[in-house]
Design a binder for this molecule. Structure first.
Ligand code: BGC
Length: 383
């Protein structure tokens, strides 16, 4: 069943609301809350969500908002210089700290760890924020100096740790090396070199390790001609679309990209709604609009603009009557019996989720469905 194509007025209203939410909910510190209302996320900013939200804000013309986020990242990471140094030294000494003593996936708005337990050891966001920063600096012709120290610390952390298993985008399966995590790290390494964010001996090491990450990704990260969820798996995960676009780690014109997209469609996408992975039980394993948008970006980069538009329309159709976009919808569940258990635990699925709004903006702008220069779209909520 095809989703009805939205008329331009509806798309523009949802785009305005999306950018308003992103800029108005950004905290005075510059952090982007994952969701203002969802019980388990309130008070935290994730590096992964934040990097993609900043990328969307930057693309949508809200450059000042994106800059404030990257400034927040830089402050948060430089404040941890000692911790990073200790992790790097212990790793070189052959005693890498356990996952609980690595850097977190999410921070309070003040850049602290927070007091709630979380599945914190995730490396992807540390690559993704550098990638998004590089895109932002280039897009708006901005000065790199304020970010050099934080980028150097981040790449030192990743150089020491990238081979380690850690939690994935979904904060699961810490025992595996996740292929989309490798793609995020590769994108971050490449951005640090391409945008001259690092230099000298550090740049030479990053260049060598980038080649090693790519070798791992294209070797152990591929099975039957497509990317796989984790090294050793045969399955896919929708986060793999990001490796094709927007991260551009896998050439969109390659047979590997085409086959990966084909399997993501066949295994994980129903109508235009994309599941995270087969076997997902979180809130019953529904469809995620942000993942339909990632798949749409991959399709568009690989030359199928028509399918990208269908995925965009499906993602837009998940907005509530108040125009809030959810983390996931329950139109098609993989594990219906598990839905209520999560509602009892955490309440109904996170709505609005800023990352969903961000990916809607990012794909809509890419497809020319959302204009960038309308004054209402570029107004800055916190300016
Ligand atoms: C998702 C993460 C996301 C976090 C905040 C979790 O449920 O699995 O990918 O970063 O929510 O949005």
């Amino acid at each position: 069943m095809a989703t009805r194509a939205l008329d331009p007025g509806d798309v523009h209203r949802l785009a305005d609301h999306s950018l308003t939410l992103i800029t108005e909910l950004q905290t005075p510190e510059g952090a982007y809350p994952a969701s203002p209302t969802f019980s388990a996320y309130v008070g935290y900013c994730w590096l992964r969500d934040g990097a993609f939200i900043a990328d969307a804000a930057s693309t949508a013309g809200a450059a000042e908002s994106a800059t404030r986020f990257f400034d927040w990242c830089a402050r948060t990471l430089t404040a941890r210089a000692e911790q990073i140094d200790a992790i790097v030294r212990a790793t070189h000494a052959g005693t890498p700290p356990s996952g609980e003593h690595m850097l977190p996936a999410r921070f309070t708005f003040q850049g602290e760890d927070g007091t709630d337990d979380w599945w914190d050891f995730q490396l992807d966001g540390y690559g993704t924020w550098i990638w998004a920063l590089g895109e932002h600096l280039q897009r708006h012709g901005l000065e790199a100096d304020p970010y050099r120290e934080a980028v150097a610390l981040t790449v030192d952390y990743l150089l020491a740790s990238w081979q380690r298993p850690c939690y994935d985008w979904w904060e699961e399966h810490a025992e595996h090396v996740h292929v989309s995590t490798l793609a995020c790290i590769a994108a971050g390494f490449r951005a640090s070199l391409d945008h001259d964010l690092i230099s000298g001996e550090r740049a030479a090491r990053v260049e060598a390790e980038l080649a090693a990450v790519r070798t791992r990704l294209l070797g152990d990260g591929v099975r039957d001609g497509h990317l796989i969820k984790w090294v050793g798996s045969t399955a896919v995960d929708a986060s793999l679309a990001a490796a094709i676009a927007p991260l551009d780690v896998i050439d969109p014109a390659s047979p590997l990209a085409h086959r990966t997209i084909e399997v993501l469609e066949a295994h994980l996408t129903v109508d235009g709604g994309t599941h995270r992975y087969l076997g997902d039980t979180f809130f019953g394993g529904g469809q995620w609009p942000l993942l339909s948008c990632f798949l749409g970006l991959a399709h568009d980069a690989a030359g199928d603009e028509a399918r990208a538009n269908e995925l965009f329309d499906w993602a837009a159709s998940t907005a509530t009557s108040r125009l809030d976009m959810p983390e996931q919808v329950d139109h098609h569940l993989i594990a219906p019996g598990m839905r209520q258990e999560w509602i009892d635990r955490w309440g109904t699925a996170a709505t609005p989720l800023l990352w969903s709004h961000a990916m809607f903006l990012r794909l809509g702008i890419q497809l020319g469905r959302i204009p960038v220069h309308r004054p209402s779209v570029i107004s800055e909520g916190n300016a």
